[in-house]
Design a protein around this ligand. Structure first.
Ligand SMILES: N[C@@H](CCC(=O)N[C@@H](CS)C(=O)NCC(=O)O)C(=O)O
Length: 203
């Protein structure tokens, strides 16, 4: 199995999930500028050109981070990394995965966009993202993890995306529960090993 990634981007969550599941995998780095890997053109892996992508041993390729996370949890964790399909808890988990993927991940993507000017980014961060951080912070003030007291792949995704705000000048230190969550996540061997494998400096 191969995970295609680019250091510091949204493939970290997939890597955390693979490690939590105890699944062996190889990492293949994608150069965003050239869209190439050591294997050749990344567009041959996925025409979308986005990371993450997971290549299974049978050659099948899965894209879309939130979908990769569900595949890993469903095929490799026996209900440990996501609640069982069909249960009410599963839909809670899917709500979070979708929220992180859409409102948070793609919200944060605005802050990295070369097509948005600096003043608009500041307005967007204050007028839009701040509300999302506050919502997550209020939830984490009452819950150790997104699903309460149990870790799930959604936490790895949340951790992944919440590593980005300081890179674009957003200070999260006023969100005490988010800070605690980030520190808690960084106690997990899966998170430490994934950061190390991507060559990420301490946050
Ligand atoms: N819909 C995709 C989006 C993934 C995505 O936004 N990936 C970014 C990195 S976080 C990317 O590959 N960007 C390529 C580029 O900027 O050239 C998913 O949820 O997995």
């Amino acid at each position: 199995m191969k995970l295609y990634f680019a250091a510091g981007s949204c493939g970290l969550a997939s890597q955390i999930a693979l490690r939590e599941a105890g699944q062996d995998f190889d990492l293949v780095e994608v150069d965003f500028k050239t869209k190439r890997t050591v294997e050749g053109s990344y567009f041959d892996v996925t025409p979308k050109g986005f990371v993450p992508a997971l290549k299974l041993d049978n050659g099948e390729i899965i894209t879309e981070g939130a979908v990769i996370l569900q595949w890993i949890a469903d095929t490799h964790s026996a209900g440990r990394l996501l609640p069982a399909a069909g249960t009410a808890e599963r839909y809670r988990a899917l709500e979070w995965l979708n929220y992180v993927a859409t409102d948070l991940h793609k919200g944060m993507a605005v802050m990295f966009s070369p097509f948005v000017d600096k003043a608009s980014k500041v307005d967007f961060a204050n007028g839009n993202l701040a509300e999302r951080f506050a919502y997550i912070d209020s939830h984490l003030a009452k819950n150790e993890y997104l699903l309460g007291d149990r870790f799930s792949v959604a936490d790895g995704y949340l951790y992944n995306v919440l590593c980005w705000p300081p890179r674009v000048g957003i200070d999260l230190s006023r969100y005490a529960a988010i800070e605690q969550f980030m520190l808690r996540m960084e106690q997990r061997p899966s998170v430490r090993a994934s950061r190390e494998a991507e060559g990420l400096a301490p946050r």
